[in-house]
Design a protein around this ligand. Structure first.
Ligand SMILES: Cc1cc2nc3c(=O)[nH]c(=O)nc-3n(C[C@H](O)[C@H](O)[C@H](O)COP(=O)(O)OP(=O)(O)OC[C@H]3O[C@@H](n4cnc5c(N)ncnc54)[C@H](O)[C@@H]3O)c2cc1C
Length: 377
């Protein structure tokens, strides 16, 4: 089967955006996961751009452009497609031939929803604190522990579970592919979140869950190497979500500023407002360009991919937070109501500064490479 072209993918994304737009408010309010739309986005070939054989010159840029467009409409939808892609990354790079053949096509088309289970109650930014234990018994491992903040919990059929197989800190963690329906897997009630409520997040408890040893992804005790395969993509995908969210907020703020009149003038005529909007446009474009610079570096296999991805995630998500906050300001009292989407976008932007490595952790990553700017290696 031939892969869709760049133009076909973006046209398909536009059709999804058109169909998604009328559902957003209702699904966010009732916390309904847009599974069919996620499937359609996957079936367009979006995860395949990241985990499949490259079929165009800049697949990561195309993927992030598509995620940005989805996020202008609905962050939960964009983030879900992003999560689905991340759930396939480790398997694509490190899975056995048999596992890849049986599982990857279903993840890539969205027929099987996937999730990554790293975080635990004690283990947030510091994953060396992972406690979930995997003990070998014959041809299988038995998993016991609790994973927290699992995106897609309750809708995912497949879980990438990172569990401890030795006491060697980050060097003692292994990645397991676990069926969400296996005996002993219990999805806890959804977390009540500030935003992005259509995308379910919950703890998952593992009690004596037997996982065949053939479902280890990569090598035993090398789970963090597997996780690294999606850390960079994670930063890029969230940066794309942030650019889309900020773009939506700016568009609404500009439209409002041209309609709203005070003191016999549209408020756009006040420099205090027009400069806010001008700054938004500059910062969003700068974030977009930095993101695509990072995407091109990744597609070219360049040495600065990790640094640029951290810079892009940090700058784009801080920009989204600033732009959405200022969009509420431009709309005044109306911006502070649920009649307007800007208050939701402001709540959603906050999440992007926390997930896929908090922005403090991105600064740690950038700071660790500052020597590069002195001309040293
Ligand atoms: C809605 C949502 C969805 C999520 N989805 C998933 C998922 O699908 N799978 C998954 O595994 N996890 C998921 N997470 C968890 C997410 O990855 C973690 O929240 C994140 O890694 C940070 O961990 P923490 O919240 O425990 O914060 P902590 O690590 O406890 O940090 C608390 C504060 O301290 C700061 N801090 C920590 N270390 C440093 C440092 N070295 N220097 C400076 N500051 C520091 C942090 O930036 C933060 O401000 C999700 C979280 C949310 C909210």
């Amino acid at each position: 089967m031939s892969r869709p072209s760049h133009a076909e993918i973006m046209a398909g994304v536009e059709r999804i955006v058109r169909d998604a737009a009328p559902l957003v408010d209702d699904h966010e309010r009732r916390e309904v996961f847009p599974e069919e739309l996620v499937r359609r986005a996957c079936a367009l070939g979006l995860p395949d751009l990241v985990v499949g054989e490259p079929t165009c010159a800049e697949p990561t840029s195309l993927f992030c452009g598509a995620i940005e467009r989805l996020a202008t409409c609905w962050l939960a939808l964009a983030e879900s497609v992003h999560l689905q892609t991340l759930a396939a990354c480790g398997l694509a790079e490190f899975g056995s031939e048999d596992l890849r053949a049986r599982v990857l096509p279903k993840l890539a088309t969205g027929d099987l929803i996937g999730a990554n289970c790293l975080s635990e109650p004690p283990a947030g930014s510091d994953l060396s604190l992972i406690e979930t234990a995997a003990t070998r018994h014959g041809d299988a491992y038995v998993l016991n522990g609790v994973k927290s903040w699992v995106g897609h919990a309750g809708v995912a059929g497949l879980l990438n579970v990172y569990a401890r197989t030795s006491n060697a800190g980050l060097g003692g963690i292994t990645c397991f592919l676990v069926d969400a329906g296996a005996d002993g897997v219990q999805v806890m009630p959804r977390v009540a979140k500030m935003g992005v409520r259509a995308l379910p997040t919950a703890q998952i408890r593992f009690t004596d869950v037997a996982v065949p040893a053939v479902r280890v992804v990569g090598r035993v005790n090398r789970g963090m190497v597997v996780a690294q395969s999606f850390f960079i993509q994670g930063r890029l995908g969230i940066a794309a979500c942030a650019v889309g969210l900020a773009q939506a907020a700016m568009r609404r703020a500009v439209t409002y500023a041209r309609q709203r009149r005070q003191f016999s003038s549209e408020i756009m005529g006040f420099q205090g407002i027009s400069f806010l909007l001008a700054d938004m446009s500059v910062e969003i474009e700068a974030a977009r360009q930095l993101l695509h610079r990072a995407c091109r570096e990744r597609d070219a296999g360049g040495p600065d991919t990790e640094l640029l991805a951290a810079q892009a995630k940090l700058f784009a998500t801080d920009t989204a937070m600033k732009v959405t906050t200022n969009a509420v300001q431009v709309l005044g009292a109306y911006g502070y109501t649920t009649d307007e989407p800007v208050e939701r976008w402001m709540r959603e932007a906050k999440l992007l500064q926390i997930i896929e490595g908090t922005n403090q952790i991105q600064r740690v990553a950038v700071a660790s490479r500052l020597h590069k700017f002195t001309g040293e290696n």
